[in-house]
Design a protein. Structure first.
Length: 220
């Protein structure tokens, strides 16, 4: 086992950014953030980065204790950024108690991060249903196999319940659990962060105001 100090040395020796990084001309940035989210996301997808649509969702319930997990970005619309999950999961319960959240998208190959804060709303039922039915059968079965994030007695138990769930879905292929929900994060702030290899950073934050979006550079 490594001692604390050898971990420190090992970690310090690792490169943070390697290779060419894209530029970020903040003078040419649009007046609102969603088009820039789409531009950076498209560039990540076109660059064939692994999981360009994986993002971190941070929530805090009534007790104020934060928690974060990785989710898949499901859509980007004028309203905001979308994800889907079970509303009876810990994150779903936290969002019911406190409908505010933060999202982070990070594309390490591009040295780019987008940070979003905002309020959360459940999307229309038909969006949730369409989203669930578009999932692979194994993912649909896993979602209804048991109570997400509760203690599981054994892996065998899970596999047994997945087989039962598959049988239900074979019989009712259009089944969508009431708990499955599409959520939209309606941005209050969106920050675009671009690294360069020489450790310069460019930060541009959009903040929602009554009259529209304010755009400000931030100190790195
Ligand atoms: C790459 C990746 C993608 C994931 N996508 C989702 C997702 O779209 N929806 C979801 O509910 N959980 C997703 N998960 C699982 C969550 O990270 C988490 O384990 C689960 O939702 C339980 O979270 P909670 O206990 O905070 O409610 C994903 C995990 C990973 C690593």
């Amino acid at each position: 086992m490594m001692t604390d100090s050898s971990w420190r040395d090992t970690l310090r020796a690792l490169p943070v950014f390697a290779g060419e990084l894209p530029g970020f001309n903040t003078d040419a940035a649009p007046d609102s953030p969603i088009p820039l989210v789409e531009e950076w996301l498209s560039y990540a997808i076109d660059s064939e980065i692994s999981q360009p649509h994986a993002m971190t969702l941070a929530t805090a319930g009534a007790d104020g204790v934060p928690s974060a997990r990785t989710l898949i970005l499901k859509d980007v619309t004028d309203e905001g950024l979308w994800f889907s999950t079970l509303d009876n999961s810990p994150k779903g319960r936290e969002l019911a108690a406190n409908p505010n959240a933060a999202l982070t998208l990070y594309w390490r190959e591009h040295g780019r991060q987008i940070r979003v804060t905002g309020s959360i709303e459940k999307g229309p039922r038909e969006v949730s249903e369409k989203d669930f039915l578009a999932r692979k059968p194994s993912a649909r079965a896993a979602a209804i196999a048991g109570p997400e994030s509760e203690i599981l007695s054994s892996q065998e138990k899970f596999l047994e319940r997945v087989e039962e769930a598959k049988a239900i879905l074979d019989f009712r292929p259009d089944f969508v659990p009431d708990e499955w929900n599409a959520y939209v994060v309606k941005p209050q702030t969106v920050e675009f962060w671009q690294a360069s290899r020489d450790r310069d950073q460019i930060r541009l934050r959009y903040s929602r105001e009554a009259s529209g979006w304010a755009k400000n550079l931030l100190w790195p």
